[in-house]
Design a binder for this molecule. Structure first.
Ligand code: ZN
Length: 499
């Protein structure tokens, strides 16, 4: 085979796989946004057919021969092509280790478990979800054994979301955060608490939606390529390529800041996804490189920018026009209220300082289950015990406890540490960005263009061309340092609370 013919064949294969993923993502998306409640079985049936087709196409003899041919000629490929082939081969070889019937059964389980989790959360009924969650953890352990028999199954899971992440690295990272966060939270707790009562009231969904759409404009999202809908749990997804991205939020009538910050958070994910270089569209290099880097972008927009004094002041007139009751307070009151530090029950509502503790609870539980030290049925009791120990709060129901997140129902075991890592990456990225961009001036003026241009140039456009650590090293020019994040928190909250 000629090399040029092989490259063209590979391009077509990638486009075909993108089309399958596009269809499957749309079916998932329909399931969580607008599909009627009794249609999950139908989606499960269609998805099992499509996932079987994808599996066969990805792992078939012809595909493998093509990839091995390209791999043998990797010195003649450019860096981007070689990286794409390397990733395809790695993924396919892993996929081949999972028996087809298990792969397909797992896809079907995902559809059912998402549906059951929604019902279980609604009624706070962990027992309903338990058999599905047990199966999910069993599958994860089995897949880890098939694909990486020599590594700890939880390390296999962590690595899927952040290349090279291990329990050792997580333990070290969380210990570093804990050493600085626990004393900070204690000091804040001794100070007078911030009044945020004016954030609670009656805010119609229509007003919140209007505000959300205006926020998307402010942070620079092209609505021609990114839609907004509502779901129980906010998320971002892309369909086939970075040209079609969707974000979701949830509107709580009594508090508009939940949707405000979830739209900015998901907006950060969407900007990253949409920022891939056009040459990467319909290839396996399109989109974000890892969940850690993804969360570094979403939490960058949500917190480092969205909860800054400059941005809250800029957006405050729009807040007042959408929600007239807010006129009774000042922009400074608003800034302080959205930065109130208070140990709480719900991760997605947590403030920047206590947020990592929510992650540590989940990390510890996943690690123990994947190590065989904890049974899934004992999760609620252990969850509640750790929330008391880490955050000092009593969990009144599983709905506000172990059932709150959608990750486990979607099989995302090992994902949570990415949030804390992403927050810390973000702080170091901001420090670097400030060397060449006047971030404060941009936020004061509501001008995100220079900020987005920096992110596009340094992070977004590269898609999955570099590994997460290569990407960070290129941008930062220094090693990752979690204390940049804790320094940022100490400075910001020291000022707010007069520590
Ligand atoms: Zn996120």
């Amino acid at each position: 085979m000629e090399l040029t013919t092989a490259i063209e064949k590979y391009r077509k294969l990638q486009a075909k796989l993108s089309a399958y993923y596009h269809a499957m993502s749309l079916i998932h998306y329909d399931g969580v946004t607008s599909a009627p409640s009794a249609t999950a079985a139908n989606r499960g049936q269609t998805l099992s057919v499509l996932s079987e087709e994808t599996y066969l196409l990805s792992t078939g003899k012809e595909t493998l021969e093509l990839l091995e041919f390209l791999d043998a000629h990797k010195d003649e490929l450019d860096y981007v092509q070689a990286r794409s082939v390397y990733l395809s081969l790695k993924e396919i070889k892993e996929m081949q280790k999972i028996p087809l019937e298990e792969y397909v059964a797992y896809e079907e389980l995902m559809v059912q478990s998402d549906d059951v989790w929604h019902k279980a959360k609604e009624t706070s009924d962990f027992a309903l979800f338990l058999p599905y969650l047990e199966k999910i953890f069993e599958y994860q352990k089995r897949f880890a054994r098939y694909c990486a028999p020599d590594v700890h199954p939880y390390n296999y899971c962590l690595d899927k979301y952040e290349d090279g992440l291990t329990m050792d690295r997580c333990d070290e990272f969380f210990a570093a955060l804990k050493s600085r966060l626990v004393p900070l939270i204690k000091k804040i707790g001794q100070k007078e608490q911030i009044d945020d009562s004016f954030l609670y009231g009656d805010f119609s969904e229509a007003d919140q939606e209007k505000f959300s759409l205006s926020l998307m404009d402010v942070i620079g999202i092209d609505k021609g390529h990114c839609g907004l809908s509502t779901t129980e749990h906010p998320f971002t997804t892309s369909f086939g390529s970075h040209h079609d991205v969707r974000i979701t939020t949830n509107y709580y009538r009594n508090n508009f800041t939940f949707s405000m910050f979830s739209v900015i958070h998901e907006g950060g994910h969407a900007l990253y996804d949409m920022g891939s270089d056009d040459s990467l569209a319909y290839t396996n290099l399109d989109g974000g490189v890892s969940m850690g880097i993804h969360e570094s972008q979403s939490r960058f927009y949500e917190n480092l920018l969205g909860r800054s004094r400059e941005f809250t002041k800029y957006v405050f007139p729009t807040v007042c026009s959408c929600f007239p009751s807010m006129k009774s307070c000042t922009a400074e009151d608003f800034y302080r209220a959205v930065n109130k530090v208070s140990p709480s029950l719900i991760r997605v509502d947590a403030d920047e300082v206590t947020y990592a503790l929510h992650i540590m609870v989940r990390y510890e539980l996943e690690k123990r289950i994947m190590s065989g030290d904890l049974e899934v049925k004992d999760l609620p009791a252990e969850w509640n015990r750790l929330y008391k120990e880490y955050l000092g709060v009593d969990v009144p129901s599983d709905r506000e406890g172990v059932l709150q997140d959608s990750h486990w129902s979607g099989g995302a075991i090992g994902y949570f540490p990415s949030y804390a890592l992403g927050s810390a990456y973000g702080a170091q990225l901001l420090k670097k960005m400030k060397e060449s961009v006047d971030v404060e001036a941009c936020l004061k003026a509501g001008d995100f263009a220079p900020i987005n241009a920096w992110n596009k140039e340094n992070i977004w456009k590269h898609g999955r061309v570099y590994t997460p650590s290569q990407l960070l090293e290129r941008v930062l020019g220094e090693a990752f340092d979690p204390f940049v994040f804790t320094d940022y928190l100490e400075k910001k909250y020291g000022e707010i609370y007069g520590l």
